[in-house]
Design a protein around this ligand. Structure first.
Ligand code: DOR
Length: 415
């Protein structure tokens, strides 16, 4: 281990603000990490190793972005495992869940293990790779879930190529129920363009009903319509095991402030109305939306430069999610900060059954430090991701990610 590496595993963080999510309070602590292991957490620690003064900035344990497209293998002109995992760490995520729509599709044990092996060598966020529900995302034949679960896969999704065949979806739910793995569903309907609101609304309704019928927990990805969230709220209230996520772009961008016919703003689900954004924020604030995820979907500038019809759907977003949501929800709208923290950490961990490490001694911790008072102008050139197709940029953030620690190692530092 070189000196630089050693330094990244041996350090003392002074004066960091640690949230107590249960009691919704903060406590200021020093944290000592030696050889990547959390040795001590207390009010005052002295040690002559590398000291990082956190200046009462906020620590968030176990951050996860549950919805990321890595493009690797096969689409590495858009993104690679290296760029996406480093970009995620810069964005403050210690873990990300990758969608399987690569080339080839991640739908068998060999492809799954190849990605996991390559990702494990990269100094960046840890990768949870999902596998497709249907073979080759064909929507026709279900995958061999047993084989994939035994290889370590814990998330399944057909994402934007939603499994339209309801019989097949019901079978997938019955097979995965009780397996400890998660179904992540981009709900939409066959034959209706995503731009039409009913595509999502009918899709959400079907997936909620199938989840209720099979008693299988389901996570609905990137909800964008008021009517969809209302269906989910009603289902939650009658005990259906549904969780859901929203993306920053659906919370803050809509037809009132974005040109919906421009390919730069083309995404699936599409940006909606001002009322939809308002309602999503309202339901997030009242606790019905579990998770905020980026749906990081990098494309080249060339691909996005074409007409709306020809351009691919998708926004790059993993590097701006944390700055945007803390700026917009906490600083500007004064929403409960603990709710925001849960939506990018423990709520997500629970959905994918990831270990919630927290800050216990003896473990290799995953955490992020965010400066809630530091302004940062984020522009396209600053992004590590190859995908510069981020609809928020340039963006004046009212906070900045200072450091990301993964398995007790500093993988990104801006302090
Ligand atoms: O906007 C999107 N982009 N939505 C999806 O469902 C897929 C994604 C992609 O892979 O580019």
């Amino acid at each position: 281990m070189g000196l630089e590496n050693k330094k990244n595993y041996d350090f003392l963080i002074k004066d960091v603000k640690v949230p107590d999510l249960k009691n919704e309070t903060f406590i200021v602590r020093d944290i000592l990490i030696l050889k990547g292991i959390l040795q001590e957490i207390s009010a005052k620690i002295t040690n002559d190793i590398r000291v990082i003064d956190a200046k009462k900035n906020l620590l968030i344990s176990d951050t996860i972005d549950i919805h990321v497209h890595t493009r690797d293998p096969g689409l590495t002109h858009k993104e690679t495992l290296e760029t996406v995992l480093k970009a995620s760490a810069r964005g403050g995520f210690s873990k990300v869940v990758a969608m399987p729509n690569t080339l080839p599709v991640i739908d068998d044990k060999e492809k799954y293990l190849d990605v996991i092996r390559r990702a494990s060598k990269i100094k960046g966020a840890r990768l949870f790779q999902s596998c497709s529900l249907s073979k080759d995302l064909s929507g026709k034949t279900l995958n061999d879930f047993e084989q994939l679960i035994s290889a370590g896969c814990s998330c399944f999704s057909d994402d934007g190529l939603a499994l339209y065949d309801s019989k097949l979806m019901e079978r997938a739910m019955r097979s995965l129920k009780g397996s400890g793995s998660s179904l992540l569903l981009h709900s939409q309907s066959e034959g209706i363009a995503p731009e039409h609101a009913n595509s999502e609304i009918f899709g959400v309704y079907r997936d909620v009903l199938l989840s209720e019928l099979t008693d299988c927990p389901v996570h609905i990805q990137h909800v964008s319509k008021k009517e969809s969230i209302e269906i989910i709220v009603k289902a939650k209230e009658r005990g259906v095991k549904i969780t859901c996520e929203v993306c920053p772009h659906h919370l803050f961008l809509n037809e009132s402030n974005s040109d919906l016919r421009s390919s730069d703003f083309k995404v699936n689900p599409p940006l909606r109305t001002k009322l939809d954004s308002k309602e999503l924020i309202k339901y997030f604030s009242s606790g019905f939306i579990d998770v905020i995820a980026s749906d990081h979907a990098p494309h080249t500038s060339q691909e996005k430069k074409t007409s709306y019809e020809e351009a691919p759907y998708g926004f790059s977003g993993v590097e701006t999610l944390i700055p945007v949501i803390f700026s917009e929800l906490y600083k500007k709208r004064d929403l409960n900060i603990f709710k925001i923290i849960r939506a990018i950490s423990i709520n997500t961990s629970k959905i994918i059954n990831a270990d919630i490490k927290g800050l216990k001694t003896g473990i290799r911790p995953d955490f992020t430090i965010v400066d809630l008072d530091k302004e940062r102008m984020i522009n396209k050139e600053a992004l590590i991701s190859k995908g510069k197709n981020n609809p928020f940029l340039p963006y004046k953030a009212e906070c900045d990610v200072q450091m990301t620690v993964v398995e007790g190692e500093i993988v990104c530092q801006n302090l």
